[in-house]
Design a protein around this ligand. Structure first.
Ligand SMILES: *[C@@H]1O[C@H](CO)[C@@H](O)[C@H](O)[C@H]1NC(C)=O
Ligand SMILES: *[C@@H]1O[C@H](CO)[C@@H](O)[C@H](O)[C@H]1NC(C)=O
Ligand SMILES: *[C@@H]1O[C@H](CO)[C@@H](O)[C@H](O)[C@H]1NC(C)=O
Ligand SMILES: *[C@@H]1O[C@H](CO)[C@@H](O)[C@H](O)[C@H]1NC(C)=O
Ligand SMILES: *[C@@H]1O[C@H](CO)[C@@H](O)[C@H](O)[C@H]1NC(C)=O
Ligand SMILES: *[C@@H]1O[C@H](CO)[C@@H](O)[C@H](O)[C@H]1NC(C)=O
Ligand SMILES: CC(=O)N[C@H]1CO[C@H](CO)[C@@H](O)[C@@H]1O
Length: 466
């Protein structure tokens, strides 16, 4: 055997088994497969022409119109918001775009948005995950008890930590403590599971992107949730055995479980999802409001003035006297408008969605851009401007599409995030002012690596003593 034939054999050994005919046969098959895929893709990408709906610029295989999102240059909610306002400006009721090869109909007309928000029938949730249990923890005493405990053990602690560390890590730890206190869980005992859950709920990966197009890619995390079910059962049995009746959110869920006879799997899942979402959303809302305070000193001054007057009364903070802080309330509501923690809703049509002369075929995704709605000039003059006075009169809220958490009801999650945010802001602005570090080039930007709306942790906050 000479050298040449050795090399030849090493490189393409399978050629031994092929004769010319089979090779030709294979090539023909591949060519046909290629042509058919091409036709299939083109057919997919002409969805909106067939449905007679407008769409954004020509999509490109394989990412459709979200290549910038996949390349981490921008976030999905900014893209949806941009397209929403583009369609709105042109006066369209709906408009189309593609996630990969999946057509997505962006809903623009308010009437249709309302319909999609209100109807659970005919649509399945893709994002965000919805809570199922029915019962209002703000009607029970556990929130009152939490505030009493908070006053004793946590109030003021964030100030000490801020002297030593930067706001981002301080806030992460503080929120974990605050939320744990209210739920009545010892976060140190389950910190690993909690961190994993927080990571799963925030960090976007390619699988997450794919799951937007098809539920088959969804991460089920059954192992993690069965760990949480174990934690739930342990605490429940422990309390039963030792006759402990605590008035915390955990007990609220134990009672819920007892009354409704739903299984522990579901209850513990909802409990820990509520825990994680509370931490995730509060973190984002607090950072966004600090950012706005750092660039609007007059608003910050007014807020600090209100908090000082409140502190002078020397009252122990509770749900009722917290309501007296009206300007704080407006600041939080304006933050939730400009930076809605749930920036978009994605649902899949399970049946043809027909309304007036609109027909959206079954299996299509429909998207509502909450960021777009909240920043549309239709109901908010100068929407990019941060102006808490818009919310001086809360009764207007029912008329506009104000849905920072993706639902029109003020549910527990909404109320909890607002409560945690207020507690933290009162604490910070009792003693500190916030500003941006001088001469820093860093700007405020959303983090394109994360699923929920959240600023990058690079904005240089500086806190000064009052
Ligand atoms: C759900 O779809 C059916 C059939 O298409 C329709 O009759 C019904 O009104 C729809 N329900 C809602 C809430 O839109
Ligand atoms: C939270 O409260 C609302 C009512 O305000 C209720 O509909 C919802 O089911 C509650 N969720 C939980 C988990 O208790
Ligand atoms: C899509 O995946 C990339 C990582 O591959 C990630 O950075 C990006 O944020 C994801 N986009 C969404 C909307 O999840
Ligand atoms: C559940 O309810 C029953 C009767 O109402 C009560 O005896 C039991 O202690 C309750 N269990 C828990 C865990 O609260
Ligand atoms: C604006 O307000 C009108 C009436 O108050 C309401 O019908 C409409 O849905 C609102 N639009 C948005 C985007 O909130
Ligand atoms: C913060 O301010 C309050 C009231 O103004 C004061 O009682 C408290 O000691 C201050 N806390 C710190 C840590 O400086
Ligand atoms: C946001 C985004 O990726 N938009 C894209 C939509 O599709 C056209 C054509 O591929 C791109 O040019 C856009 O960038």
């Amino acid at each position: 055997m000479d050298l040449e034939s050795v090399c030849y054999e090493e490189k393409l050994p399978f050629l031994k088994y092929l004769n010319e005919k089979t090779l030709l046969y294979c090539i023909t098959c591949l060519a046909f497969a290629g042509v058919f895929s091409l036709i299939w893709i083109v057919k997919k990408y002409t969805f909106f022409e067939k449905a007679k709906l407008a769409r954004v610029k020509t999509p490109r295989f394989p990412y459709g119109n979200i290549s910038d999102v996949i390349n981490k240059e921008t976030t999905l909610y900014e893209v949806l918001g941009k397209y929403y306002s583009r369609f709105k400006k042109k006066g369209y009721d709906v408009g189309g775009m593609f996630f990969f090869i999946k057509p997505v109909v962006i809903i623009v007309k308010n009437e249709y948005v309302r319909h999609i928000l209100d109807s659970t029938e005919n649509f399945s949730e893709v994002y965000p995950e919805q809570y199922k249990l029915k019962s209002d923890m703000f009607d029970s005493s556990c929130v009152k008890v939490f505030l009493e405990n908070y006053h004793v053990s946590l109030k003021g602690t964030i100030l000490e930590s801020l002297k030593k560390d930067d706001i981002h890590s301080v806030l992460r730890n503080y929120l974990l403590e605050l939320v744990s206190l209210s739920f009545g869980v010892n976060s140190f005992e389950i910190i690993e599971e909690l961190n994993l859950l927080l990571k799963l709920k925030t960090e976007a990966n390619f699988r997450y992107n794919l799951s937007l197009c098809h539920p088959i890619f969804k991460n089920k995390n059954s192992a993690l949730y069965s760990d949480f079910e174990g934690v739930f059962l342990d605490i429940m049995n422990d309390r039963k055995k030792n006759d402990i009746v605590k008035d915390d959110f955990f007990q609220f869920f134990i009672n819920l479980f007892n009354e409704s006879q739903c299984d522990t799997k579901e209850v513990s899942r909802e409990l820990f999802n509520l825990f994680a979402d509370s931490v995730i959303y509060s973190y984002s809302v607090i950072l966004c409001s600090l950012y706005e305070m750092s660039r609007n000193t007059d608003i910050q001054d007014e807020l600090i003035g209100e908090i000082r007057r409140y502190n002078k009364q020397g009252v122990v903070l509770n749900l009722d006297n917290l309501k007296e802080l009206e300007y704080l309330n407006s600041v939080v509501f304006e933050t939730l408008r400009k930076y809605p923690p749930v920036p978009y809703i994605l649902k899949a049509c399970q049946k043809d969605f027909k309304k007036n002369n609109l027909v959206v075929p079954k299996d299509t995704l429909v998207a509502v851009s909450i960021l777009g709605l909240h920043r549309s000039s239709e109901n908010y003059t100068d929407p990019e401007n941060f102006d808490p006075d818009r919310f001086a009169d809360q009764s207007d809220l029912n008329k506009v599409l104000y849905i920072p958490f993706g639902t029109r009801r003020q549910d527990n999650l909404t109320k909890l995030v607002i409560l945690y945010t207020k507690l933290t802001l009162v604490d910070i602005f009792s003693n500190l002012t916030v500003r941006k570090k001088k001469d820093s080039e860093q700007i405020f930007k959303f983090d394109p690596k994360l699923i929920p709306l959240r600023p990058m942790e690079t904005y240089p906050f500086v806190f000064d003593r009052l």
